[in-house]
Design a protein around this ligand. Structure first.
Ligand SMILES: Nc1nc2c(ncn2[C@@H]2O[C@H](COP(=O)(O)OP(=O)(O)O)[C@@H](O)[C@H]2O)c(=O)[nH]1
Ligand SMILES: [Mg+2]
Length: 394
């Protein structure tokens, strides 16, 4: 599974992977080749009143149903297996497992984080907290199907906003991956950049408050989480390893189709902010609210976002809050993509860096000596020839 992501598809499509009309994940394309036999297709069976023909018709129909049922079960089996495998891959993951060492570098040569930290950013109401719950649910289905939601979702764009940074291990008991849910953005891009700069350069910690007073004038500066009041209870500061950029697909569509480009402009401005990139890697984009859009509208939003943010479609994942197989797969795909990219951008340890530098310097010196060696050899040969000539002419 590469970084390839979800095609934007609304969740109004049937939730079972068995439905023939359901758009399938690219990896399952091979299974599309075998399509169910339609019940409408009666061309192969010309029935008249004759009893024999009626029996044949019934047998044919039963055979069709049997075939379709088997195909459906095979697809379901394959999809579930695929889902389980990716889930297991993520559950087994430990920081450093997916490092692709270049030039002989191994996981031990990199500065591995204690826990791989993913940061959720996005406008307020874009669905960041809902996404935390959605991601958690994928794993809860196996571990604890009745576990309550973890992140507080706001009922409307102005209520119950996230005020403190919150760390969520994924899955719940994990010590390898965590996601940080953050507050929405201010209308003032400068304030956003200041806050993002601080998170991306100094790190983030659980319970940290947002920096500015919010736009409705409510002071948040006076609110202090427990960890801040008692310095000995302070939480560990985590370095951000990758960023997940959450956008509301409906708001994008409205902004595209109207003269008010405010939403898409702030998306563009913030996405292009260099500090959000890890190495050369720009954040992954998650589009929410796709369940409120048609397939055509979803495709339209995806095209617009690829152009607006200048990223390939594979870096955009459709993850609505709804509960279906496709969304589960998109969640796992997206997590896999983020962690892989995070691992590709881990900094190397200083001593390994020095080791590589030392090795390179030694190689260069050896090369120079080799060059010198050749000069000495030529000089010796020249001297030998001179001595021989002198002897010859004496
Ligand atoms: N229909 C729909 N509603 C969503 C989706 N994601 C979030 N919401 C709703 O959008 C509102 C804001 O979501 P929330 O997660 O609190 O946004 P946040 O401010 O970015 O954390 C809530 O009422 C959610 O129920 C989605 O994919 N589909
Ligand atoms: Mg929130």
């Amino acid at each position: 599974m590469g970084g390839g992501g979800g095609e934007l598809t609304p969740t109004s499509t049937p939730s079972s992977p068995s439905s023939s009309s359901e758009p399938l994940h690219p990896e399952f394309a091979e299974y599309v080749a075998v399509s169910p036999i339609s019940d409408d297709d009666e061309s192969c069976c010309v029935c008249d009143d004759d009893e024999v023909d009626a029996i044949r018709c019934r047998q044919l129909r039963e055979a069709k149903e049997h075939f379709n049922r088997q195909l459906r079960e095979a697809k379901e089996f394959h999809f579930n297996r695929q889902l389980r495998e990716v889930k297991e891959l993520i559950r087994r993951y430990k920081p450093g497992d997916w490092v692709e060492g270049v030039g002989g570098a191994k996981a031990g040569h990199f500065l591995l984080p204690e826990i791989t930290t993913l940061l959720l950013v996005g406008p307020r109401g874009s669905g960041k907290s809902t996404l935390v719950n959605r991601i958690t649910r994928v794993f809860d289905k196996d571990d604890d199907p009745f576990a309550p939601d973890r992140a507080q979702v706001s009922c409307n764009s102005t209520s119950n906003r996230t005020i403190f940074l919150h760390e969520y291990p994924i899955p719940r008991n994990s010590s390898a991956i965590c996601i940080y849910d953050t507050c929405g953005w201010s209308n003032d891009p400068k304030k956003n950049f200041k806050m993002l700069h601080q998170w991306m350069t100094k790190g983030i910690s659980h319970g940290e408050t947002i920096m500015w007073d919010n736009d409705e004038g409510n002071k948040t500066g006076g609110i202090k989480p427990l960890g801040r009041q008692y310095s000995f209870l302070r939480y560990i500061t985590r370095k951000v390893n990758f960023v997940i950029f959450v956008v509301d697909g409906v708001a994008v569509l409205e902004s595209i189709d109207s003269n008010n480009k405010g939403y898409t402009e702030i998306l563009h401005q913030t996405f292009m902010y260099p500090f959000l990139s890890i190495g050369d890697d720009k954040p992954v984009v998650v589009v929410t609210h796709g369940d409120r859009l048609s397939i055509q509208q979803c495709a339209h939003v995806q095209n617009e976002l690829t152009e607006l943010l200048n990223i390939p479609a594979q870096q955009i994942y459709a993850i609505p809050g709804s509960d279906d197989f496709q969304t589960d797969m998109a969640v796992l795909d997206m997590l896999h993509y983020c962690v892989r990219r995070a691992e590709q951008n881990l900094p190397v340890k200083l001593n390994y860096h020095l080791e590589v530098l030392g090795r390179e310097t030694l190689n260069k010196m050896a090369e120079q000596l080799m060059g010198l060696d050749a000069v000495i050899e030529v000089a010796i040969i020249f001297l030998c020839i001179v001595i021989l000539l002198l002897r010859f002419f004496r």
